[in-house]
Design a protein around this ligand. Structure first.
Ligand code: NAP
Length: 490
């Protein structure tokens, strides 16, 4: 179930927002602590309960638990008691106030605990203490300082023996809001619009429905995700979730901001997860924590995909074949092959490694140019190819030029890694940057009569191959491309 909190400041606005919210909401939360005047708050409870079309939770959160109510405790509880007298479906009572509330009639009581600083180590004790008061529903909401805090909440939910609402707040808590139903949670809270969140890290109801298909998630839903840092602008969740829906799969894919890769891999093994995409900065550092690594990924020294096979985490690299496929597709126009082509690669990071190893196998003559010379030298040693100082790029003489740095990526869209005069007619120019789709480098290349290959082609190829590895099903490549273009162009 999705519960949308109404944070309006008057009874009239509350009623009109309740009507808007009922499009996505299964339950409405009336946050009367957002209404500044006591009298207005009373009127709001009366009018809202009379005109409701969905079940209502009445909440009057005090400032000490992250709410807005700053009057006396007596007045705060009086409003909650009034909601019970008026037979509100649910009333949210803080654990430290429950003894002061008289429970009667059909109103169900949610006994809640909020912690805006951390996810404390004694979650089970808090749960058991709340249960002593015979709640109809337990609510435990904490703050995630690390992605693994969510996993402790999932474990709590799995063992809960009373209907329970539990998730983590904050950016790092997003996954517990999205996945709560998979682990047995009763509902999640979502805001009506982006600027109407009632707690940190709340997603909008539209995001939950359109990106994560929240109402389809249940205990059987297979779980996938992307790990990296930063991760909030990744377009992978929308691509993979749309693909799962297209293929009729009960699966969901979530973004996970991971700070400490070793600790994360250890804890994530405790939950039922089927696969992961891996992005900056963990593609290389993840290797020691995996159970096995596919031959190509081992050779490259970087993993961008994890597949769980028989309980073991196996690392793969789909960037490598994605880049080669993208270039081969680009070469089709010239009816040529990669064999013996002179290739200049700018950059020596994870993307450059995957591309250099892939092109070496295709018989290319490769030169690496990188800002940090040591890194260029290391990659050229590993691949067995040449390297040059970054400044020498102006002298390059090659058939294919590849930018595998982030130069030109949004928001610095006016930057290009090489001056325009380096680009010659007939050259193939490939930019791994996919946001924007047509980078400054590719615009310059077109003007100089070069053939161009954009980073989106590689991005879709690597995502499609991940999908195949996880599901053994042909990926819906056209849909993936359309969804990505839609995101990047709007
Ligand atoms: P990475 O491992 O962090 O490497 C970054 C590379 O960019 C390094 O060679 C770095 O040089 C260079 N660089 C960064 N800023 C620079 C600057 N201002 N001037 C000169 N060089 C600079 O990252 P990565 O994983 O290789 O990713 C690189 C880019 O590829 C990112 O934009 C990423 O989004 C994109 N990518 C695209 C795809 C796709 O499917 N299209 C797949 C993977 C990555 P130093 O060594 O000197 O720091």
């Amino acid at each position: 179930m999705i519960c949308i909190p109404i944070t309006a400041r008057s009874a009239e606005d509350t009623i009109s927002e309740m009507s808007l919210a009922s499009r996505y909401a299964d339950i409405i939360e009336l946050r009367i602590d957002y209404i500044p005047e006591m009298q207005d708050a009373e009127t709001c409870i009366e009018k809202s309960l009379k005109s409701k079309t969905k079940p209502v939770i009445v909440t009057n959160r005090p400032e000490r638990e992250g709410g807005k109510f700053n009057g006396s405790e007596q007045n705060r509880l009086r409003l909650l008691q009034k909601a019970i007298d008026l037979r509100a479906d649910y009333v949210d009572v803080e654990f430290d106030s429950v003894r002061q509330i008289t429970r009667q009639n059909t109103s169900k009581v949610i006994i809640s605990y909020h912690n805006f600083k951390e996810t404390p180590p004694n979650l089970n004790k808090i749960y058991n203490d709340i249960c002593q008061w015979k709640p109809d529903i337990v609510k435990i909401v904490t703050y995630a300082n690390d992605i693994t805090d969510n996993i402790r909440i999932f474990e709590l939910l799995k063992t809960a023996n009373v209907p329970t609402i539990s998730f983590c707040m904050g950016e790092l808590g997003h996954i517990s809001r999205i996945l709560t139903r998979k682990f047995g949670g009763l509902l999640t809270f979502a805001s009506l619009e982006g600027d109407k969140e009632s707690a940190p890290g709340q997603l909008t109801a539209s995001e939950l429905s359109k990106i994560y298909h929240f109402k389809n998630i249940n205990k059987e839903t297979k779980l996938y995700g992307i790990i990296g840092n930063p991760i909030s602008h990744s377009i992978s969740p929308i691509i993979h979730n749309s693909s799962f829906i297209e293929k009729g799969l009960n699966s969901v894919y979530v973004p996970m901001k991971v700070l400490n890769i070793g600790a994360f891999i250890k804890k994530i093994r405790k939950i039922d997860i089927q696969g992961l995409s891996v992005t900056i900065p963990h593609k290389e550092s993840i290797l020691p924590y995996l159970d096995d690594i596919d031959h190509t990924a081992k050779k490259i020294g970087a993993v961008n995909t994890i597949v769980k096979q028989n309980g073991r985490f196996i690392g793969y690299n789909t960037d490598c074949m994605a880049a080669v496929m993208g270039l081969e597709h680009g070469l089709k126009k010239t009816k040529d092959t990669l064999n013996n082509k002179k290739v200049s690669i700018i950059g020596a990071g994870g993307a450059a490694r995957a591309i250099a190893f892939g092109l070496k196998e295709k018989g290319c003559d490769i030169t690496i140019y990188n800002r940090t010379l040591e890194r260029a030298k290391k990659l050229s040693n590993d691949v067995k190819c040449k390297f040059e100082r970054f400044e020498e790029i102006c002298e390059l003489n090659s058939d294919i030029l590849i930018n595998s740095t982030s130069i030109g990526m949004f928001p610095e869209v006016d930057r290009a890694p090489v001056p325009k005069n380096v680009l010659r007619e007939g050259m193939i120019v490939f930019d791994v940057v996919y946001n924007p789709i047509e980078t400054r480098l590719l615009q310059d290349a077109k003007e100089r009569g070069c053939h161009t290959v954009n980073g989106l082609t590689m991005f879709i190829n690597q995502a499609a191959e991940q999908f195949r590895l996880w599901t053994n099903i042909d990926p819906p490549v056209e849909l993936m491309k359309n969804v990505a273009m839609d995101m990047l162009l709007n």
